[in-house]
Design a binder for this molecule. Structure first.
Ligand SMILES: Nc1ncnc2c1ncn2[C@@H]1O[C@H](COP(=O)(O)OP(=O)(O)OP(=O)(O)O)[C@@H](O)[C@H]1O
Ligand code: SF4
Ligand SMILES: [Mg+2]
Length: 328
């Protein structure tokens, strides 16, 4: 374990039983949504988590912020177990880790004024800011994320998409969290606005020293913001390393395919990557392939791949670039 880790997950599992029958429910299968994930993030650092739709990113995000309970494994936040906390102790721990949602259009209550939306977490955690000081704190938060504090009486529909995402970020920052988990937080925005929000997140992180888990299906978006990258496939991390290592020397065939399909693949002035076309659908997490779960789409697959699950390991040493592939 890294002694500087603010948030750490070990062997995290979220399996969802599939049942049949109304009166007499019986389990007919298990959806392996998150299937043994290890990750950690340090103060001021961003871990980018990437993978195709349905690979388990949002489920993992909900586990990390304690909105969902893991089937197995453990989560440690600021040196204390988070997954075993209940009731008031869990509520108190939640202020240290906040989720920024994907959709700035549906995640804000349209009936509430923006000032109320940002103030709400301070009402939930009244010990943080005395009541009389909360209006000033809301104005400070609005300024921090680049919103005009004079607009605190407006409602969400009077703001643009990018401004609404700034409201969501201000709300998450209200409790001065140690960790932000951003689940597809710029995916619903235009590319130019995405850039502004990514810059804002980077700037805030630098100023406030917050750790960030930044989730996206798009490697190009994560490239802008992540220090380290974890690539996820069917509930498992299959590659992990510094952003530079993963971009410049992807080792897992899945990461190579994701990168070869991305916009940077043929960027002017860079050596074009070999085009690798990912074929086939992502298998169902209800019935994942044996051995390496990527084998049904992998052009390198051999007999061992169906027989043995490749562990995530760093061939170059313990601190190195980790890959789960028999032939990395
Ligand atoms: N409560 C549930 N019951 C049944 N299946 C579920 C449940 N929660 C998640 N799943 C399944 O688990 C898989 C992962 O879902 P999840 O939403 O975590 O993926 P994701 O990576 O966030 O996808 P996206 O990029 O589309 O947001 C999907 O196949 C989903 O259908
Ligand atoms: S273990 Fe085999 S199937 Fe899996 S990525 Fe490596 S080569 Fe492909
Ligand atoms: Mg999701």
């Amino acid at each position: 374990m890294n002694a500087d880790a603010v948030l750490q997950a070990r062997e995290l599992v979220r399996h969802i039983p599939v049942t049949r029958g109304v009166l007499f429910k019986r389990t007919i299968g298990t959806i392996k949504v998150v299937d043994g994930v290890d990750l950690e993030v340090c103060r001021g650092e961003t871990l980018g988590l990437v993978g195709e739709s349905g690979c388990g990113k949002s489920t993992l995000a909900n586990l990390l912020v304690a909105l969902d309970k893991p089937t197995a494994g453990r989560i440690t936040l600021l040196g204390e177990r988070l997954d075993t906390k209940r009731g008031r102790r869990l509520a108190a721990a939640r202020k240290h880790i906040q989720l920024v949602f994907q959709d700035p259009f549906s995640s804000l209550d349209p009936r509430m004024r923006v000032g109320e939306i940002i103030r709400e977490p301070l009402v939930v955690h009244p010990e943080l800011v005395p009541k009389a000081d909360r209006p000033a704190r809301v104005r400070e938060l609005m300024r921090l994320v680049g919103l005009n504090p004079e607009h605190a009486d407006r409602r969400p529909h009077q703001f643009s998409g990018g401004q609404r995402q700034r409201i969501g970020i201000a709300r998450a920052l209200a409790v001065q969290p140690d960790v932000l988990v951003c689940d597809e937080s710029v995916s619903a925005l235009d590319v130019s606005v995405q850039g502004q929000i990514l810059n804002l997140l980077e700037d805030l992180q630098e100023r406030l020293g917050i750790a960030c888990v930044f989730i996206s299906h798009d490697l190009a978006v994560v490239e802008h913001i992540a220090d380290r990258i974890a690539v996820m496939y069917l509930g498992k991390i299959i590659e992990h390393g510094t952003a530079q290592e993963v971009y410049d020397h992807p080792r897992h065939p899945y990461t190579q395919a994701l990168l070869s399909a991305g916009p940077g693949a043929t960027a002017p002035g860079t050596a074009p990557r070999d085009r690798i076309k990912l074929t086939g659908e992502v298998p169902s997490p209800l019935d994942p392939p044996s051995g390496c779960t990527f084998r049904t789409r992998c052009w390198k697959a051999a007999e061992i791949c169906a027989r043995e699950t490749p562990p995530l390991r760093a061939p170059d040493g313990p601190a190195g670039h980790e890959v789960a592939c028999h032939f990395a």
